[in-house]
Design a protein around this ligand. Structure first.
Ligand code: FE2
Length: 287
Protein backbone atom coordinates (compact mmCIF):
# COMPACT_ATOMS: atom_id res chain seq x y z
CA UNK A 1 0.00 0.00 0.00
CA UNK A 2 1.34 3.39 -0.99
CA UNK A 3 -0.47 6.31 0.61
CA UNK A 4 -0.67 9.60 -1.28
CA UNK A 5 1.40 11.99 0.78
CA UNK A 6 1.03 15.76 0.65
CA UNK A 7 3.54 17.94 2.50
CA UNK A 8 3.03 21.39 4.02
CA UNK A 9 6.25 23.27 4.82
CA UNK A 10 6.26 25.94 7.52
CA UNK A 11 9.22 28.17 6.86
CA UNK A 12 8.90 29.98 10.21
CA UNK A 13 9.73 26.80 12.15
CA UNK A 14 11.21 24.58 9.38
CA UNK A 15 8.48 22.07 10.15
CA UNK A 16 6.85 19.76 7.64
CA UNK A 17 3.27 18.64 8.26
CA UNK A 18 1.88 15.78 6.21
CA UNK A 19 -1.46 14.49 5.02
CA UNK A 20 -1.29 10.77 4.24
CA UNK A 21 -4.29 9.59 2.25
CA UNK A 22 -5.47 6.06 1.55
CA UNK A 23 -4.68 5.61 -2.16
CA UNK A 24 -7.91 3.61 -2.60
CA UNK A 25 -10.28 5.93 -0.75
CA UNK A 26 -10.76 9.23 1.01
CA UNK A 27 -9.52 8.43 4.53
CA UNK A 28 -6.45 10.30 5.70
CA UNK A 29 -4.20 11.05 8.65
CA UNK A 30 -2.65 14.41 9.42
CA UNK A 31 0.83 14.24 10.93
CA UNK A 32 2.53 17.01 12.97
CA UNK A 33 0.40 20.07 12.27
CA UNK A 34 1.46 23.64 13.05
CA UNK A 35 -0.38 26.46 14.82
CA UNK A 36 1.38 29.68 13.85
CA UNK A 37 2.63 31.70 16.81
CA UNK A 38 4.05 35.20 16.88
CA UNK A 39 5.97 35.00 20.12
CA UNK A 40 6.77 38.72 20.33
CA UNK A 41 3.09 39.58 20.09
CA UNK A 42 1.78 36.52 21.98
CA UNK A 43 -0.58 35.92 19.08
CA UNK A 44 -1.67 32.71 17.36
CA UNK A 45 -2.74 32.35 13.75
CA UNK A 46 -4.24 29.48 11.79
CA UNK A 47 -2.80 30.18 8.34
CA UNK A 48 -0.75 26.96 8.26
CA UNK A 49 -3.59 24.82 9.64
CA UNK A 50 -6.06 26.44 7.24
CA UNK A 51 -3.89 25.35 4.30
CA UNK A 52 -4.31 21.75 5.49
CA UNK A 53 -8.05 22.25 5.95
CA UNK A 54 -8.32 23.67 2.42
CA UNK A 55 -6.50 20.62 1.04
CA UNK A 56 -8.71 18.19 2.97
CA UNK A 57 -11.87 19.99 1.92
CA UNK A 58 -10.92 20.43 -1.74
CA UNK A 59 -10.18 16.73 -2.06
CA UNK A 60 -13.18 15.50 -0.08
CA UNK A 61 -10.98 13.71 2.46
CA UNK A 62 -12.11 12.19 5.72
CA UNK A 63 -9.69 12.82 8.56
CA UNK A 64 -9.47 9.73 10.77
CA UNK A 65 -6.30 10.58 12.70
CA UNK A 66 -4.41 13.66 13.82
CA UNK A 67 -1.04 12.26 14.84
CA UNK A 68 1.83 13.77 16.78
CA UNK A 69 5.27 12.20 16.41
CA UNK A 70 6.17 13.78 19.78
CA UNK A 71 5.77 16.85 21.98
CA UNK A 72 7.40 19.38 19.69
CA UNK A 73 9.66 22.03 21.14
CA UNK A 74 9.83 24.32 18.13
CA UNK A 75 6.23 24.86 17.07
CA UNK A 76 2.75 24.73 18.55
CA UNK A 77 0.43 21.95 17.43
CA UNK A 78 -2.82 22.80 15.66
CA UNK A 79 -4.34 19.41 16.53
CA UNK A 80 -7.35 20.70 18.55
CA UNK A 81 -8.17 23.32 15.90
CA UNK A 82 -8.00 20.72 13.13
CA UNK A 83 -10.07 18.27 15.15
CA UNK A 84 -12.77 20.87 15.72
CA UNK A 85 -12.93 21.65 11.98
CA UNK A 86 -12.32 18.20 10.51
CA UNK A 87 -12.85 15.51 13.16
CA UNK A 88 -10.45 12.63 13.74
CA UNK A 89 -8.70 11.29 16.83
CA UNK A 90 -5.56 12.86 18.27
CA UNK A 91 -2.82 10.31 18.96
CA UNK A 92 0.67 10.36 20.48
CA UNK A 93 3.07 7.91 22.16
CA UNK A 94 2.18 6.68 25.63
CA UNK A 95 5.41 8.03 27.09
CA UNK A 96 3.77 11.44 26.82
CA UNK A 97 3.14 10.84 30.52
CA UNK A 98 6.91 11.07 31.19
CA UNK A 99 7.09 14.29 29.20
CA UNK A 100 4.08 15.69 31.07
CA UNK A 101 5.68 14.77 34.37
CA UNK A 102 9.01 16.42 33.49
CA UNK A 103 7.54 19.64 32.16
CA UNK A 104 4.67 19.70 34.63
CA UNK A 105 7.42 20.14 37.24
CA UNK A 106 9.49 22.64 35.25
CA UNK A 107 6.42 24.83 34.65
CA UNK A 108 5.12 24.23 38.18
CA UNK A 109 1.71 23.18 36.90
CA UNK A 110 -0.93 22.57 39.52
CA UNK A 111 -2.89 19.39 40.10
CA UNK A 112 -5.42 20.44 37.43
CA UNK A 113 -2.77 19.56 34.85
CA UNK A 114 -3.25 15.82 34.40
CA UNK A 115 -0.07 13.86 33.69
CA UNK A 116 -1.81 10.75 32.42
CA UNK A 117 -2.05 11.62 28.72
CA UNK A 118 -5.82 12.05 29.01
CA UNK A 119 -5.71 15.23 26.91
CA UNK A 120 -5.14 12.94 23.89
CA UNK A 121 -7.68 10.54 22.37
CA UNK A 122 -5.21 7.70 21.84
CA UNK A 123 -1.87 6.75 23.40
CA UNK A 124 0.24 4.39 21.31
CA UNK A 125 2.72 1.74 22.41
CA UNK A 126 5.50 0.20 20.33
CA UNK A 127 4.05 -2.41 18.00
CA UNK A 128 0.51 -1.04 17.99
CA UNK A 129 -1.29 -0.76 14.69
CA UNK A 130 -4.43 0.98 13.49
CA UNK A 131 -6.17 1.63 10.21
CA UNK A 132 -6.35 4.74 8.05
CA UNK A 133 -9.14 3.70 5.68
CA UNK A 134 -7.81 0.46 4.14
CA UNK A 135 -4.19 1.21 5.04
CA UNK A 136 -2.53 -0.20 8.12
CA UNK A 137 -0.38 2.08 10.24
CA UNK A 138 2.29 0.39 12.36
CA UNK A 139 3.59 2.36 15.30
CA UNK A 140 7.25 2.20 16.33
CA UNK A 141 8.53 3.69 19.56
CA UNK A 142 11.63 5.63 18.49
CA UNK A 143 12.87 7.56 21.54
CA UNK A 144 16.09 9.54 21.82
CA UNK A 145 15.11 13.04 20.74
CA UNK A 146 12.40 12.79 23.40
CA UNK A 147 11.19 9.75 25.40
CA UNK A 148 7.79 9.77 23.68
CA UNK A 149 8.87 9.93 20.02
CA UNK A 150 6.95 7.62 17.70
CA UNK A 151 7.39 6.71 14.04
CA UNK A 152 4.21 6.04 12.09
CA UNK A 153 4.60 3.58 9.21
CA UNK A 154 1.61 3.85 6.90
CA UNK A 155 1.96 1.39 4.03
CA UNK A 156 5.35 2.11 2.44
CA UNK A 157 5.69 5.54 4.08
CA UNK A 158 7.44 6.13 7.41
CA UNK A 159 6.78 9.42 9.18
CA UNK A 160 9.83 9.61 11.41
CA UNK A 161 9.29 12.95 13.16
CA UNK A 162 12.55 14.15 14.70
CA UNK A 163 14.80 11.11 14.49
CA UNK A 164 16.44 11.07 11.08
CA UNK A 165 16.53 14.21 8.97
CA UNK A 166 17.54 14.35 5.31
CA UNK A 167 20.73 12.33 4.69
CA UNK A 168 22.83 15.47 4.14
CA UNK A 169 21.63 17.01 7.43
CA UNK A 170 21.80 13.94 9.65
CA UNK A 171 19.81 13.43 12.83
CA UNK A 172 17.81 15.21 15.55
CA UNK A 173 19.27 16.68 18.72
CA UNK A 174 19.05 14.64 21.91
CA UNK A 175 19.70 17.21 24.64
CA UNK A 176 16.16 18.03 25.75
CA UNK A 177 15.10 16.63 29.15
CA UNK A 178 14.59 12.88 28.71
CA UNK A 179 16.61 12.77 25.47
CA UNK A 180 19.40 10.26 24.85
CA UNK A 181 21.78 9.97 21.90
CA UNK A 182 22.37 6.27 22.62
CA UNK A 183 18.61 5.66 22.49
CA UNK A 184 18.31 7.69 19.30
CA UNK A 185 20.97 5.51 17.67
CA UNK A 186 19.00 2.36 18.56
CA UNK A 187 15.74 3.92 17.38
CA UNK A 188 17.32 4.83 14.07
CA UNK A 189 18.50 1.24 13.59
CA UNK A 190 14.85 0.19 14.01
CA UNK A 191 13.79 2.61 11.26
CA UNK A 192 16.66 1.50 9.02
CA UNK A 193 15.59 -2.13 9.37
CA UNK A 194 12.47 -1.33 7.32
CA UNK A 195 12.70 -2.35 3.62
CA UNK A 196 15.16 -0.18 1.63
CA UNK A 197 12.43 1.17 -0.63
CA UNK A 198 10.40 2.50 2.34
CA UNK A 199 9.76 6.20 1.83
CA UNK A 200 10.91 8.33 4.77
CA UNK A 201 9.22 11.65 5.49
CA UNK A 202 11.16 13.84 7.94
CA UNK A 203 9.65 16.31 10.40
CA UNK A 204 12.05 19.20 9.80
CA UNK A 205 14.42 20.48 7.17
CA UNK A 206 16.99 23.26 7.34
CA UNK A 207 18.62 22.85 3.90
CA UNK A 208 22.24 21.63 4.04
CA UNK A 209 25.65 22.56 2.68
CA UNK A 210 25.37 22.35 -1.11
CA UNK A 211 21.55 22.14 -1.07
CA UNK A 212 19.60 25.36 -1.37
CA UNK A 213 16.09 23.87 -1.43
CA UNK A 214 14.03 22.45 1.39
CA UNK A 215 13.45 18.70 1.17
CA UNK A 216 11.60 16.14 3.27
CA UNK A 217 11.36 12.86 1.39
CA UNK A 218 14.03 10.19 1.18
CA UNK A 219 14.18 6.40 1.56
CA UNK A 220 15.57 3.88 4.01
CA UNK A 221 18.10 2.78 1.36
CA UNK A 222 19.28 6.33 0.81
CA UNK A 223 19.60 6.97 4.55
CA UNK A 224 21.66 3.79 5.02
CA UNK A 225 23.97 4.75 2.18
CA UNK A 226 24.31 8.48 2.73
CA UNK A 227 23.21 9.80 6.12
CA UNK A 228 26.12 11.88 7.39
CA UNK A 229 25.54 10.78 11.00
CA UNK A 230 24.31 7.20 10.82
CA UNK A 231 24.96 6.00 7.27
CA UNK A 232 27.49 3.41 6.15
CA UNK A 233 29.62 2.12 9.03
CA UNK A 234 28.53 4.50 11.77
CA UNK A 235 28.73 2.84 15.18
CA UNK A 236 26.90 3.76 18.35
CA UNK A 237 29.96 4.98 20.23
CA UNK A 238 31.09 7.47 17.62
CA UNK A 239 27.51 8.58 16.98
CA UNK A 240 26.97 9.33 20.68
CA UNK A 241 30.25 11.27 20.89
CA UNK A 242 29.42 13.28 17.75
CA UNK A 243 25.78 13.93 18.74
CA UNK A 244 26.52 14.99 22.31
CA UNK A 245 29.36 17.30 21.22
CA UNK A 246 27.16 18.90 18.58
CA UNK A 247 24.18 19.28 20.93
CA UNK A 248 26.36 21.15 23.41
CA UNK A 249 26.74 23.91 20.81
CA UNK A 250 23.03 24.33 19.98
CA UNK A 251 20.85 27.06 21.41
CA UNK A 252 17.27 26.38 22.50
CA UNK A 253 14.58 26.55 19.80
CA UNK A 254 12.94 30.00 19.76
CA UNK A 255 9.49 28.67 20.63
CA UNK A 256 10.46 25.97 23.13
CA UNK A 257 8.82 27.62 26.15
CA UNK A 258 5.39 28.25 24.60
CA UNK A 259 5.52 25.02 22.55
CA UNK A 260 6.05 22.70 25.50
CA UNK A 261 3.28 24.24 27.58
CA UNK A 262 0.78 23.96 24.74
CA UNK A 263 1.86 20.68 23.18
CA UNK A 264 1.97 18.74 26.45
CA UNK A 265 -1.74 19.67 26.63
CA UNK A 266 -2.33 18.13 23.18
CA UNK A 267 -2.19 21.57 21.58
CA UNK A 268 -4.53 23.27 24.04
CA UNK A 269 -3.72 26.49 25.87
CA UNK A 270 -3.60 26.44 29.68
CA UNK A 271 -6.87 27.18 31.45
CA UNK A 272 -7.79 30.89 31.38
CA UNK A 273 -7.59 32.91 34.60
CA UNK A 274 -10.65 34.33 36.39
CA UNK A 275 -10.96 37.14 33.84
CA UNK A 276 -10.87 34.70 30.95
CA UNK A 277 -7.35 35.67 29.81
CA UNK A 278 -4.84 33.00 28.82
CA UNK A 279 -1.19 33.18 29.88
CA UNK A 280 1.95 31.14 29.28
CA UNK A 281 4.78 31.05 31.80
CA UNK A 282 8.48 31.72 31.38
CA UNK A 283 10.44 29.62 33.90
CA UNK A 284 13.67 31.41 34.77
CA UNK A 285 16.93 29.43 34.64
CA UNK A 286 15.13 26.10 34.44
CA UNK A 287 15.82 25.00 30.86
FE1 FE2 B 1 11.14 17.90 18.01
Amino acid sequence: MKPDVTAFFDEATNTISFVAKDAQGTACAIIDSVLDFDHAAGRTDTKSADAIIAHVTANGLKVEWILESHVHADHLSAAPYLQEKLGGQIGIGKNITLVQDTFGKIFNEGTEFQRDGSQFDQLFSDGDSFMVGQMRCDVLHTPGHTPACMTYVIGDAAFVGDTLFMPDFGTARCDFPGGSSAELFSSIQKILSLPDETRIFVGHDYKAPGRDEFAWETTVGEQKAKNIHVGAEADQESFVAMRDARDATLSMPKLIIPSLQVNMRAGNMPEPDDDGAVFLKVPINKL
